[in-house]
Design a protein around this ligand. Structure first.
Ligand SMILES: [Zn+2]
Length: 279
């Protein structure tokens, strides 16, 4: 007879000694798993040296070894998904000395007049320590926020601001998908992520619409049909079905666009027709 048998007289279930520390074992397994994931993610990163175009300091920033990761596919709004890690977390480069930050793609592209704006509006009082090890989603999202503050400060063009917000929205979606369902705050955290993602995607949509009237292709590296496709998807998501339908019809009937975008446009049109939720 065990210490905790005969609990039935209290109307309780017997406690099996094997179960007492089972939860601990489970937790241990989960911790080990997380460690493994961390090792895996760091295997695909390298420290790349940058020279800041604003303050001339050199610093290191984590970059994905792009040739070593495999693209699994993409969401309806073209968010890329990779097998080994979420590459979007490592998209932003932040100079720890002066606070200048942008997507790695545009880091060097800054005019002298804009450098002055960084010094005046960002650098004073800027404090930031590059996170040790791999970035958590929250650390990655902070880096997007710093980049967006810079984009505002240097009066970046609408397409670039919109594209930055789109990628920030995608990163927040990655965070939501990574949340642990067993966490007691799971539902609240999911809701907060959805709200933040929607805010970012709405800014992206407004920016792309503005860019379409004021700029010409390429828009943040995208051609006209990719931009129109994105505007259509985001418009459909936010209930502007008429805008979406018009753009999708013109993409589908175009003879000159990339066949992949055309195919995707057909799929989204079908989703709208069948009342399926877009994102
Ligand atoms: Zn700098």
């Amino acid at each position: 007879m065990g210490l905790f048998s005969g609990m039935g007289k209290f109307g309780l279930k017997d406690i099996d000694e094997k179960d007492i520390f089972a939860e601990k074992e489970e937790k241990k397994a989960e911790e080990q798993n997380n460690k493994k994931k961390e090792v895996l993610e760091s295997d695909f990163l390298i420290d790349r040296t940058y020279v800041c175009p604003v303050c001339d300091e050199s610093f290191k920033s984590k970059t994905v070894k792009s040739r070593s990761v495999r693209l699994l596919g993409s969401d309806v709004d073209l968010r890329p998904k990779y097998q080994q890690l979420d590459c979007l977390k490592y998209d932003v480069v932040v100079c720890p000395s002066c606070g200048y930050a942008s997507l790695a793609r545009t880091f060097k592209n800054i005019y002298d007049s804009q450098k002055k704006l960084v010094s005046e509006n960002i650098s004073q009082g800027f404090r930031y320590n590059e996170p040790e090890g791999i970035y958590t989603y929250d650390e990655a999202i902070e880096r997007y926020q710093i980049a967006f503050a810079n984009a505002m400060a240097i009066r970046q063009i609408d397409s670039e601001k919109a594209y930055l917000c789109l990628r920030m929205g995608w990163t927040i979606r990655g965070k939501r998908e990574s949340l642990n369902q067993k966490d007691p705050h799971y539902q609240e955290d999911v809701k907060a992520c959805i709200d933040d993602e929607n805010e970012a995607l709405k800014i992206a949509l407004d920016g792309f619409l503005a860019a379409r009237t004021k700029e010409s292709a390429p828009y943040a590296g995208m051609d006209q049909s990719t931009l129109d496709y994105l505007i259509a998807v985001l418009s459909a998501k936010f209930g502007k079905i008429d805008v979406a339908a018009k753009l999708l019809s013109s993409l589908i009937s175009s003879m000159t666009i990339n066949p992949r975008i055309k195919e995707r446009a057909r799929d989204v049109k079908d989703m709208i027709m069948s009342g399926e939720k877009i994102l």
